[in-house]
Design a protein around this ligand. Structure first.
Ligand code: NAD
Length: 488
C-alpha cells in the first residue's frame, strides 16, 4: 500500500525535517510554464530563517546518518531510483511543464538519468575504499574518508532533476546530510523528489529541500557558517560570487559553471555521422546544455559543404508545443532568458554577423501562442574576439568559424575564457589524440557528443569552474580524508 502522492498542488512547500513547511516569512514566487506563459502554481521564496531551520534538522539527523552502514544507505537510495523509474511519466511531464523542454526528451534523458544518478551512487558507497601507505617495518598509514557533515547543493534550471540528483545522491551516499535548492525557475521535480525520498524511507532531516531565488535562499545556504561544503552548478557569474563568499570561510567547493564549447570539424571526418550529431550538440534542449557545442569550427576545405548540409538539417527542426511528439525543440526556460538570447542575436548582427538561419522568435498556434520559442539560429562571419564568440549565450544559437590548419583549430578552440568541453571530428585517430591533449577543456569527445560514463571526472577548466564531479571524484569531494599513522 503506497501513500505516495505526486499531484502538483497550487502551492508547494519546503521539505524540512521530513515534513512540508511553508516559508517562515510567507513569501511566494509564481511558477510559470514557459511554453504557454501560464502561472500554474506558487513556490516558497525562502530566506535565511528557513535555511537555518533546514540546517538544524540536517545537523540533528547527521548524528545517526553518519553512523549508518553503506548497505542501509544503498537500500534507501536504490529505492528512490526505483520510485523515480516507476513514475517516469509524471516526473517527465512536470519537468517539461516547468522547463519548456520536449516531453519526449525529459522521458528519454532527464528522468532516467535522475534514477541512474541515485542507483550509481547507491552502489558506489558499497565499493568506496580508501588508501593505506606502508612505511615498511616502522608504521602503517591508513586514510579514513569521513562525511563532511551538512552540505549545500544548488542546481540550475536546464536539466533540473538530472543535475540536482547528480549532487544529492553522492552527498547522501557518503553519509552527509543535505540542504538543497533547485532553481526557482524549475522547482517542480525537486518538490516531487521530496515525496519520493519520504516514501523511500529516508530518515527526517537527512535531505532538506528549500525553494527560492538565488539572492535570498541560495545566498543564505552559501553564507551559513555551519554548512561546510557547497556543490554548485550554474552560471560563472554566480559561481564567482559564491567563491568570494565561501573561500574566506574555508568551505569545500565544487563549482560547475558556464561553457562556450568548440566543436572542431576536420575535413577527414565521417561527414554524415558528424552532421547528425552536430545538429544535436548545437540545439538539444534548445541549446541550453552547458556541453552544447556553440562554436562550430570547420576546416576551410569543407566549410561550404558543411554550411549547406547543416542549414538543410536545421531547417527540418520543428519548434513547437513540448507535449507534441513531433516537436524537436520546445520553449526556452523563462522570459528573462528569452530576452537575453534575443539580445545576443541582436548583438551578433551589430558585430557584423550574418544570420544563416533563425534569429527570430516563433509563436505556435494553439495553447503555446504566448510561449517563449526561438528558432534555431546559425550565425557566420564573426571572429574569435567578438562578444558573440566569447560570451556564453546558452540558447539555440551557434556560430560557424573557418580554420585551415590543425594548429589554427587548436588556437581558435582555446581562444575562450571557458574550458568545459570540446568535440573533435576526424578519422585520423593520432591527430584526434594530439588535439585532445592540447585543447583546454575538462571533457573531450572524439567522434561523438554527450556520451556519458558516470564513473568519469566531470568539470571544466578556467571560467568553467573548479573541482570535478562524477564517480570517485564526487565521493572524495563529499568526504574529508583523515590520515592515521600507526607506529609499530
Ligand atoms: P544561475 O547561476 O543563475 O543559477 C543557478 C542556481 O544558483 C539557481 O538555483 C539560483 O537560484 C542559484 N543562485 C543564483 N545566484 C546565487 C547566489 N548568489 N548564491 C547562491 N545561489 C545562487 O544559473 P542558471 O541560469 O540557473 O543556469 C544556467 C547556467 O548554468 C549556465 O551558465 C550553464 O552553462 C550553467 N551550467 C553548468 C553546468 C556544468 O556542469 N558546468 C551544467 C548546467 C548548467
Amino acid at each position: 500500500m503506497t501513500s505516495l502522492d505526486l499531484s502538483i498542488p497550487e502551492k508547494i512547500d519546503n521539505y524540512i525535517n521530513g515534513s512540508w513547511q511553508a516559508p517562515q516569512q510567507g513569501q511566494y514566487l509564481p511558477n510559470i510554464n514557459p511554453a504557454t506563459g501560464e502561472v500554474y502554481n506558487q513556490i516558497p521564496n525562502s530566506t535565511a530563517v528557513d535555511v537555518d531551520a533546514a540546517y538544524q534538522a540536517a545537523a540533528a539527523a547527521f548524528e545517526d546518518w553518519k553512523k549508518s552502514t553503506p548497505e542501509f544507505r544503498f537500500r534507501i537510495l536504490n529505492k528512490i531510483a526505483e520510485i523515480i523509474e516507476n513514475n517516469l511519466d509524471i516526473l517527465a511531464l512536470a519537468e517539461s511543464n516547468d522547463n519548456g523542454k520536449p516531453l519526449w526528451l525529459s522521458k528519454k534523458v532527464d528522468i532516467p538519468r535522475a534514477a541512474e544518478n541515485f542507483r550509481f551512487f547507491a552502489t558506489a558507497c558499497m565499493h568506496f575504499a580508501s588508501e593505506s601507505h606502508s612505511m615498511e617495518d616502522r608504521a602503517v598509514n591508513y586514510t579514513l574518508r569521513q562525511p563532511i557533515g551538512v552540505v549545500g547543493c544548488i542546481a540550475p534550471w536546464n536539466l533540473p532533476l538530472y543535475l540536482f540528483t547528480w549532487k544529492i545522491a553522492p552527498a547522501l551516499a557518503t553519509g552527509n546530510c543535505v540542504v538543497a535548492k533547485p532553481s526557482e525557475v524549475t522547482p517542480m521535480t525537486a518538490y516531487l523528489l521530496t515525496r519520493i525520498a519520504h516514501e523511500a524511507g529516508l530518515p527526517p532531516g537527512v535531505l532538506n529541500i528549500l525553494h527560492g531565488d538565488g539572492t535570498a535562499c541560495g545566498a543564505a545556504i552559501v553564507e551559513h557558517p555551519s554548512i561546510k561544503a557547497i556543490s554548485f552548478t550554474g552560471s560563472t557569474r554566480a559561481g564567482k560570487h559564491i567563491a568570494g563568499v565561501a573561500a574566506p570561510m574555508f568551505k569545500k567547493m565544487s563549482l560547475e559553471l558556464g561553457g562556450k564549447n568548440p566543436n572542431i570539424i576536420f575535413e577527414d571526418c565521417d561527414f554524415d555521422r558528424m552532421l547528425a550529431t552536430t545538429v544535436q550538440s548545437s540545439f538539444a534542449n534548445q541549446g541550453q546544455i552547458c556541453l552544447c557545442g556553440s562554436r562550430i569550427l570547420v576546416q576551410a576545405s569543407i566549410y561550404e559543404k558543411f554550411k549547406s548540409a547543416f542549414i538543410a538539417k536545421v531547417q527540418q527542426l520543428t519548434v513547437g508545443d513540448p507535449l507534441d511528439p513531433d516537436s524537436k525543440q520546445g520553449a526556452v526556460v523563462s522570459q528573462l532568458h528569452f530576452d537575453k538570447v534575443m539580445s545576443c542575436i541582436e548583438r551578433a548582427k551589430q558585430e557584423g554577423g550574418s544570420i544563416l538561419h533563425g534569429g527570430y522568435s516563433i509563436h505556435p498556434e494553439g495553447r503555446c501562442g504566448n510561449g517563449l520559442f526561438i528558432a534555431p539560429t546559425v550565425i557566420e562571419g564573426l571572429g574569435p574576439d567578438t562578444l558573440t564568440n566569447m560570451e556564453e549565450i546558452f540558447g539555440p544559437v551557434v556560430t560557424l568559424q573557418k580554420f585551415d590548419t590543425t594548429e589554427e583549430a587548436i588556437q581558435l578552440a582555446n581562444t575562450s575564457d571557458y574550458g568545459l568541453s570540446a568535440t573533435i571530428w576526424t578519422q585520423d585517430i593520432s591527430k584526434a589524440h594530439r588535439v585532445a591533449a592540447r585543447v583546454h577543456s575538462g571533457i573531450i569527445w572524439i567522434n561523438t557528443w554527450l556520451l556519458r560514463d558516470l564513473r568519469t571526472p566531470f568539470g571544466g577548466f578556467k571560467s568553467s569552474g573548479m573541482g570535478r564531479e562524477g564517480g570517485w571524484e564526487a565521493m572524495r569531494f563529499f568526504t574529508e580524508p583523515k590520515n592515521v599513522c600507526v607506529a609499530f
